[in-house]
Design a binder for this molecule. Structure first.
Ligand SMILES: [Zn+2]
Length: 313
C-alpha cells in the first residue's frame, strides 16, 4: 500500500554518531563533508484520507523496517533515482498534540543521507529551502482492523464501511503488523487531496496497456491503480458470494425436483452455470417444486403451505 504524509524535511548537522550509522551502508567511509543529512516525517498515527491509520505499535515496527531503505523519486524503480538512504529512524510522540481520536500524536521520523554530488544539488537546495512536500511510503501490513467491531478486513470482512458513522463514531481501519517497508519517495503535493485519482488511474492503465518494456508509474498513478484494484477485489468477493448463494439455491431446488439425484451431482451440475443461468434454473425449479393448489380444496390452509414452500428452495 501507499501512504502519503505532508512533511517538511529538515537539514541536520552531521554528528559522529550519524556518520557511524551512515558508514554501515557505504562501501568506503564517508566524512561529514561527503554527505548531506536530513530528517523527514514518514508516517504517523492520524486517520488519513483513506480512513486508515497506523497504530503506535505499527509505527515502531515500521521504524525497524525502514532502516536502510532508499528514498526514491516518485516511486521510480530506476536505481539512478535512488537519491537518499534512511540510516536511522525513531518513533516520536508529541505530548502537546492529540490526534483526531485523542491519542498522543506519534510519528515515524527518518534520518537520511545523500552523497554531496552534482546530481543531488537541486534536491539538497530544495530541502535546505524547507519546501513542504508530500512523502509517500510503500509498505505491507498483515492486518487491517475495523475500528467499530475489531474485525480483520483481510480475514473476516465486516459490514462496516470506512468513512461511515456508527453510533457517532466514524469507521476507520487500523493498520497492524507491518511485514515489509519498501521505500519512500517525495511526491508533489496535490492541491486538493484525492484530486485527479481517476485521471491518474486512466494514465496508469494506458501505460500498462501500451507497454513494450518496463513501465514507470508516478506515485499518484500507482496509488490510483492500487485503490482501483482494491475496490475490484472487494466487488469480486461480493460477486463470488452471490454466485455461491445462487448455486446453493439451485442445487437444493434440483434435489427437491429430482430426489434420485445425488447431492454431489446436483452441485457439480450447478457449478458449471453462470449467474443468469443459475437464476433462471432456480426460478424454474421453484415453479416446479411449488405444490399445485387444488381449487376449492381447503384453500386457506393449502395457500399458506404453497406460499411457504415457494420460498423454501
Ligand atoms: Zn466492523
Amino acid at each position: 500500500m501507499q501512504k502519503n504524509f505532508e512533511t517538511q524535511p529538515a537539514n541536520r548537522g552531521v554528528t559522529d554518531e550519524m556518520l557511524r550509522e551512515i558508514n554501515k551502508y557505504t562501501r568506503q567511509d564517508l566524512t561529514a563533508d561527503d554527505v548531506f543529512v536530513f530528517s523527514v516525517l514518514l508516517c504517523d498515527n492520524e486517520v488519513d484520507r483513506d480512513f486508515e491509520r497506523f497504530s503506535q505499535k505499527s509505527l515502531r515496527t515500521l521504524a525497524e523496517l525502514f532502516r536502510g531503505k532508499t528514498a526514491i523519486q516518485n516511486h521510480s524503480m530506476d536505481s539512478a533515482d535512488q537519491s537518499a538512504r534512511t540510516f536511522l529512524t525513531e518513533v516520536v510522540t508529541d505530548e502537546t498534540k492529540r490526534t483526531s481520536l485523542g491519542e498522543p500524536y506519534t510519528y515515524l521520523k527518518a534520518y537520511c543521507y545523500m552523497p554531496r554530488i552534482e546530481k543531488n544539488e537541486a534536491r539538497i537546495a530544495e530541502i535546505n529551502a524547507g519546501i513542504k512536500k508530500e512523502v509517500s511510503v510503500g509498505c505491507a501490513v498483515r492486518s487491517s482492523i475495523c475500528s467499530i467491531c475489531g474485525a480483520d478486513e483481510r480475514i473476516s470482512p465486516c459490514k462496516h464501511r470506512r468513512g461511515k458513522t456508527y453510533n457517532g463514531k466514524v469507521c476507520h481501519y487500523v493498520l497492524e503488523d507491518p511485514t515489509d517497508a519498501y521505500e519512500w519517495s517525495f511526491v508533489a503535493v496535490p492541491a486538493q487531496k484525492n484530486a485527479g485519482v481517476t485521471k491518474h488511474f486512466s494514465a496508469a492503465a494506458q501505460k500498462l496497456g501500451t507497454a513494450q518494456k518496463g513501465v514507470t508509474l508516478t506515485a499518484a498513478e500507482a496509488r490510483a491503480l492500487h485503490d482501483s484494484l482494491e475496490r475490484l477485489q472487494k466487488d469480486a468477493k461480493a460477486g463470488e458470494q452471490y454466485r455461491s448463494d445462487l448455486c446453493e439455491t439451485a442445487s437444493r431446488g434440483l434435489l427437491r425436483a429430482l430426489p434420485a439425484l445425488s447431492a454431489s451431482l446436483a452441485k457439480s451440475l450447478c457449478e458449471g452455470l453462470d449467474c443468469s443461468q443459475l437464476r433462471a434454473l432456480s426460478l424454474a425449479l421453484a415453479e416446479k417444486n411449488a405444490p399445485r393448489t387444488p381449487q376449492l380444496a381447503r384453500p386457506a390452509d393449502t395457500r399458506r403451505k404453497a406460499k411457504n414452500e415457494r420460498f423454501k428452495f
